[in-house]
Design a protein around this ligand. Structure first.
Ligand code: TMP
Length: 237
């Protein structure tokens, strides 16, 4: 399958049409942004790692019963996916306090919750991705009650699978962001990516950050952290 016209360019990926109207090709870039695009940079080799890692987890999640957009890895950076209409929600699952949760509620990072929390924000860069309640989601017509229920259940299933996998790798899954899409027949499936860009991954022994927070917070060693989690992931296949 070959790329045809570019449909969309996001901050970290490009999306292309293919000869099949039901399929797109996503192409992962090394570009990195943070703070709604205010901070810009490059993480060398990130596109290759994020493509491979995301596909690795999408395959595992399919086996675990979570439907995803994944079809076939085409090359280091390119993957064939099902065409979906993205539901404009950023779904964040948190196991441990960190990031915007810690900041918003004035708590320290690193507190493990009794159960995972699911939160939604409106995927809208112009508005800065504001937090949404489930009532707000329905009021804005972004998804129905049933759809939100399915998205929530799938997100918690992803958390169970990923948390268990990363634990075997000596990595703690702190939190992550998912996006879902709708196929032509209205089925909701997992889309976007699962990578160190979209997950907080801490070394279970030392607490060292092995994800995009190294870029967001200017901690250095960004490429090395992405390479480290990739190495651990491959070692536990
Ligand atoms: P937050 O604590 O900044 O809200 O981030 C929660 C998780 O979501 C974290 O793993 C990073 C991820 N994330 C994204 O993937 N994209 C984003 O635009 C933001 C803000 C967070």
């Amino acid at each position: 399958m070959e790329k045809r016209e570019q449909i969309y360019e996001g901050k970290a990926k490009k999306v292309y049409a293919t000869a099949d109207p039901e399929l797109y090709i996503v192409s992962y870039k090394d570009d990195a942004t943070a703070f709604n695009g205010l901070k810009k940079g490059t993480i060398a080799g990130k596109g290759v790692i994020n493509n491979r890692m995301s596909n690795f987890f999408m395959r595992r999640l399919e086996k675990a019963g979570v439907p995803t957009h994944f079809v076939e890895e085409l090359s280091e950076r390119d993957t064939l996916v099902k065409k979906v209409k993205i539901v404009p929600l950023e779904v964040i699952v948190r196991n441990i306090s960190a990031g915007s949760f810690a900041k918003r509620y004035g708590v320290e990072e690193g507190i493990r919750f009794d159960e995972p929390t699911v939160e939604f924000s409106y995927k809208n860069d112009a508005l800065g991705d504001p937090l949404l309640t489930e009532d707000h989601i329905r009021a804005l017509g972004l998804a129905t009650r049933e759809e939100v229920g399915r998205i929530r259940a799938m997100s918690l299933a992803v958390d169970r699978e990923l948390s268990a996998f990363w634990q075997e790798c000596g990595v703690t899954l702190v939190d992550f962001k998912l996006e879902f899409g709708k196929t032509a027949d209205g089925t909701i499936i997992l889309a976007d990516e699962i990578s160190p860009d979209t997950c907080r991954l801490w070394d279970s022994e030392t607490g060292e950050k092995l994800d995009k927070d190294r870029f967001r917070r200017d901690l250095g060693g960004v490429e090395a952290a992405y390479a480290e989690v990739m190495k651990r992931m491959l070692a536990h296949d």
